[in-house]
Design a protein. Structure first.
Length: 255
């Protein structure tokens, strides 16, 4: 299984790559540098899991552009990816239980600010009659990856402007009940993956609480360490989730 992991910045890329082991660097069109790890054999799996990790830049547009470039290059090389994962650190909604240092796996990847402001409040772009605002990863894959990483699963919103006030945090929580985390790239990665017909996941570790910006309270180092830990569990989880179901036992009463 070939997996493309897309992060925003180099520190996140390096945290994921640390879980995969030694990496080679491959140049992609557009000046992107792809870190390619050796395939990881998984006990009981027919084929190993190979991770490629790309730091595509900050924000949904950069994430979509970098992801699309990597997916196109792989397709042209007749070595397409089987899965794309948006990964990195992000803000957690404490009221939903996303504590600092915890791991979140998205069961919905939602564009929180793609739409229009009106006198009656925010309207998502879908209410305007076009586009999409949500991608929903395969539930079995979400369950397997979350269980392996000791993660919570729930909505992760993609924003173009990081939340910096209690009022904005409350607004997002009201519009997206149970939302666990916010980040800036997941929806862009998911849009590119959908255009190529490749399944997508989003995995985040919580470095700060969503709300008023308090840099003294951020825990970026522990969140990056948690990201490495989460990706150490990924190959086994993917193998478990994609393994064929065992054949039913024969019924001795019906030969």
């Amino acid at each position: 299984m070939r997996v493309l992991v897309v992060t925003a910045v180099a520190a996140e890329r390096d945290a994921v790559a640390a879980a995969a082991g030694p990496c080679d660097e491959t140049a992609l069109p557009g000046g992107y540098a792809l870190r390619r790890a050796a395939a990881t054999p998984v006990a009981g799996a027919a084929s190993p899991v190979a991770l490629d990790v790309l730091a595509a830049g900050v924000g949904p547009a950069a994430a979509a552009a970098g992801t699309a470039t990597a997916l196109t290059a792989a397709a042209l090389a007749t070595a397409p990816y089987d899965l794309v994962v948006s990964a990195g650190i992000g803000g957690g909604f404490a009221a939903s239980g996303a504590a600092l240092g915890s791991v979140v796996v998205a069961d919905a990847i939602v564009a929180a600010d793609l739409g229009a402001e009106t006198a009656d409040g925010f309207l998502p772009v879908t209410d305007l009659g076009f586009g999409t605002v949500a991608h929903r990863p395969d539930p079995a894959l979400v369950t397997a990856v979350a269980a392996a990483a000791g993660a919570a699963s729930g909505t992760v919103v993609t924003v173009s402007t990081v939340t910096g006030s209690a009022a904005r945090a409350a607004e997002l929580a009201e519009r997206h009940p149970g939302v666990l985390a916010e980040a800036m790239e997941g929806f862009g990665v998911a849009e590119a993956a959908a255009a190529h017909g490749v399944p997508v996941l989003e995995v985040r570790t919580v470095s700060n609480a969503v709300g008023p910006r308090d840099r003294a309270a951020w825990r970026i180092g522990p969140a990056l360490t948690a990201l490495t830990g989460a990706f150490r569990t990924l190959p086994g989880a993917l193998t478990a989730a994609t393994a064929p179901a065992p054949a039913p036992a024969p019924d001795p009463h019906h030969p």
